[in-house]
Design a protein around this ligand. Sequence first.
Ligand SMILES: NC(=O)c1ccc[n+]([C@@H]2O[C@H](COP(=O)([O-])OP(=O)(O)OC[C@H]3O[C@@H](n4cnc5c(N)ncnc54)[C@H](O)[C@@H]3O)[C@@H](O)[C@H]2O)c1
Ligand SMILES: O=C(O)[C@]1(O)C[C@@H](O)[C@@H](O)[C@H](O)C1
Length: 290
Amino acid sequence: MSTRAESYLVGLIGDGVMPSLTPPMHERAAEVHGLRYLYRPIDLTELELPASGIGELLQAGAKLGFNAFNVTHPCKQLVLGHLDDISPTARAIGAVNTVVIQDGKFIGHNTDASGFSRGLAEGLPGARKKKVLQLGAGGAGAAVAYALLASGTEQLHIVDLDEDRVNHRVQELRKNFPQALVHAATPAQVPQLLGEVDGLLNATPIGMHHHPGLPLDIAALESRHWVADCIYRPVDTELIVAARNLGCQVLDGGYMAVGQAVDAFEIITGIRPETQQVRGHLLELLEKGL
Ligand SMILES: NC(=O)c1ccc[n+]([C@@H]2O[C@H](COP(=O)([O-])OP(=O)(O)OC[C@H]3O[C@@H](n4cnc5c(N)ncnc54)[C@H](O)[C@@H]3O)[C@@H](O)[C@H]2O)c1
Ligand SMILES: O=C(O)[C@]1(O)C[C@@H](O)[C@@H](O)[C@H](O)C1
């Protein structure tokens, strides 16, 4: 037996989270640091629980001795109304993926944005990021757009098939980054915009195992572009492979997956795991087909 102060009990709440690789990444990092740490997926689909019950789940988790939760689709926004405090970044993005329970209070953070930022710095060191074209304005898109603008991107063009969604996202980003040029673009503008930007970021699901393909026509992609993807299943998406073959610098989605896990682990335990070690573990798990 151990108390909440002596060991860690963590959960990932969301739809379809059973195959997530975030639990094993946390558990291995804890093992390396000699911590007692259990991380369980709490799959709303399997449990037939509605996403709207996220507040009750958090309360139940606190009573059952959980230290923290990661929260994913479709609860990242829904959870906002059930927290006692929210970090400035998570508040600005309007989404929380990490909730720590401290003295009975729920504190929300967003490590998707901070994790992507770190991945960008580590995986694309020195790459010019003044002008960027981003595809996808959903949950991941909101976090990575915030991360890009916070790390100095001056012109960000965002394309999404859902016009209302991209317009809303652009308005929110402009409030937080009034000095930057944030622009909603259409798929038809992609070839021209590629001619103007330093890099391309995919935050759509196109390229995932169950959504194969390329999210854009890559005819206008050049070796001078860097290309980043949020998708890490597979880690080598069609886009990453095509860009690498063209000679572009690439950043696969594993960097973001590791970044969000490492940052959440640090928030939960106060210990920062070695990023390269966690990435090695993630690639090992992916190689095994997990
Ligand atoms: N690496 C990580 O840690 C991490 C974290 C979160 C999400 N992701 C990945 O990011 C991807 C997106 O996730 P999400 O939660 O933002 O999904 P989402 O459904 O919230 O948003 C995806 C958006 O992409 C748009 N879209 C789809 N096809 C498009 C196209 N061809 N061109 C332009 N826009 C298009 C959709 O309209 C939608 O708005 C998923 O593959 C997810 O697995 C990775
Ligand atoms: O790996 C996953 O399954 C995640 O759900 C991915 C992303 O949504 C993160 O914000 C979560 O912390 C973990």
